[in-house]
Design a protein around this ligand. Structure first.
Ligand SMILES: [Zn+2]
Length: 436
């Protein structure tokens, strides 16, 4: 098949994508592609649907001498002409069609070998703009640290047979398999790490190793991908970072459309806020996982997550391949790990837009609690209550329950560690103000 044309120019990559024609500060060409929204057919003939993944790609890019082309998989060969260089990249692992990307610029390369806790090793590569070595080295030093977190907490890096690769791009970022786009200028990380690098790396597990069967289930990529930042903050420095990041994410949850509608959706249907969940697949997705983790505990939560990612809860290099999954697969994994039917939880948080509300009434030393929710399914959640200096846990459902407090005067705080995603007026009011 011959396929040719005038490359579509990206208006606002990565959101309105295509080819990004940029220049470095010194005036050299700096080119990238990002086609998650518009689809792979902007570059090559393809079936533009998440389940269409090419099993092998061979990409040959010829560039003027002095420029470097970075792409997916392994560099097979470089050929030099009088005034050009040609780069031949090959990937032999199935890839999201929008994850196939070319990146061209005056790049230098940092490279090292990573020794995985699973006993094997693989290359880490960073293509950065020539002249920014010091900054690049600082970011590069984060690669092994972030990998160690993911391999410890989630499981083996899926594409160890090729590389863990990152390339500096003129646009913010994108989860391009084995050649993640990074474009936020080495901004210092408020939480001791580069969130963008860490977020795009999450997608090698959530998005590239496990791919949703339809855009409708995009929260499996972005909700998990977003939850990995607070989780990494907690891993590095403990609960304060975790809760601060979770709070940052809580502001802006909109609850206007369910996260999953259980019907085929286009990328636009999901991302355009008038039609679908929009940014809720990120922050609300992360909060759903936060609440689920509290409810079922770390062991069941991380085992179910491994099941989602690898299709097995004992992933080892060699016993898994990239695969597809949807929300029901994750619910099945949660049910299998907990030995309970947890469908009700997802009915309230994933298939229903409005959040459950914890309604409380205080009359002297009597405290009455129940959950109010638009979804029909039952809802039963252990609620922590700080009563004076003491922490109590009360199981609360849709039926009103009254407990007796030690005195009329004792101060109480419901859910003092914000473990439960629930409707709260002050958060809605502030979110509305921020959205203006
Ligand atoms: Zn993402």
């Amino acid at each position: 098949i011959n396929y040719e044309g005038q490359p579509h120019v990206a208006e606002r990559a990565p959101w309105d994508g295509g080819y990004v024609w940029s220049k470095t500060e010194s005036g050299q060409p700096w080119i990238a592609t990002a086609v998650q929204g518009e689809g792979c057919d902007l570059i090559w003939p393809c079936l533009d649907h998440p389940t269409f993944e090419p099993q092998q790609t061979d990409i040959r890019i010829r560039v003027p001498k002095g420029l470097v082309a970075a792409s997916n998989g392994q560099l097979i060969e470089t050929t030099e002409g009088d005034d050009w260089s040609e780069y031949h990249w090959r990937s032999e692992q199935s890839q999201n069609n929008y994850g196939i990307a070319l990146n061209i610029g005056p790049y230098d390369k940092l490279e090292t070998t990573y020794h995985s806790r699973y006993g094997h090793e693989y290359p880490l590569v960073f293509y950065y703009l020539r002249g920014e070595k010091e900054k690049a080295q600082k970011l590069f030093a984060e690669f092994p640290k972030q990998l160690e977190f993911y391999e410890r907490v989630i499981g083996p890096y899926p594409f160890y047979a090729e590389k863990m690769g990152v390339v500096q791009t003129p646009h913010l970022g994108m989860e391009h398999q084995t050649i993640n786009a990074y474009g936020q200028d080495y901004k210092p990380g408020k939480y001791d790490f580069d969130w963008l690098l860490q977020h795009e790396l999450a997608h090698e597990w959530f998005g590239n190793q496990v791919t949703n069967t339809d855009w409708d289930h995009m929260w499996l990529h972005e909700g998990f991908g977003t939850y990995m930042q607070p989780l990494y903050g907690q891993y590095l420095h403990g609960d304060a970072l975790y809760h601060t990041m979770m709070y940052d994410q809580r502001i802006g949850i909109r609850n206007e459309h369910p996260i999953v509608s259980n019907k085929p959706m286009s990328e636009d249907d999901v991302y355009k806020a008038d039609r679908g969940p929009g940014s809720d697949i990120y922050q609300k997705g992360a909060w759903v996982l936060h609440t689920l983790r509290y409810l079922i505990g770390d062991e069941a939560f991380f085992n179910a997550t491994q099941q989602l990612v690898y299709g097995t809860d004992d992933p080892k290099p060699g016993n898994f391949k990239p695969h597809f999954a949807d929300t029901q697969d994750f619910i099945d994994a949660v049910n299998a790990e907990t030995g309970k039917d947890m469908t009700w939880f997802f009915e309230h948080y994933i298939y229903q837009a409005a959040l459950p509300e914890l309604v409380s009434e205080r009359d002297g030393d009597q405290l009455t609690l129940h959950f109010k929710s638009a979804a029909k399914a039952p809802f039963t959640m252990p609620v922590e209550i700080r009563v004076g200096g003491e922490l109590r846990t009360v199981v609360v459902s849709k039926e009103a329950k009254t407990i007796t407090l030690p005195s009329n005067d004792v101060h109480i705080v419901l859910d003092p560690e914000s473990k439960i995603l629930r409707q709260q007026d002050y958060l809605d009011e502030y979110s509305a103000f921020e959205a203006k």
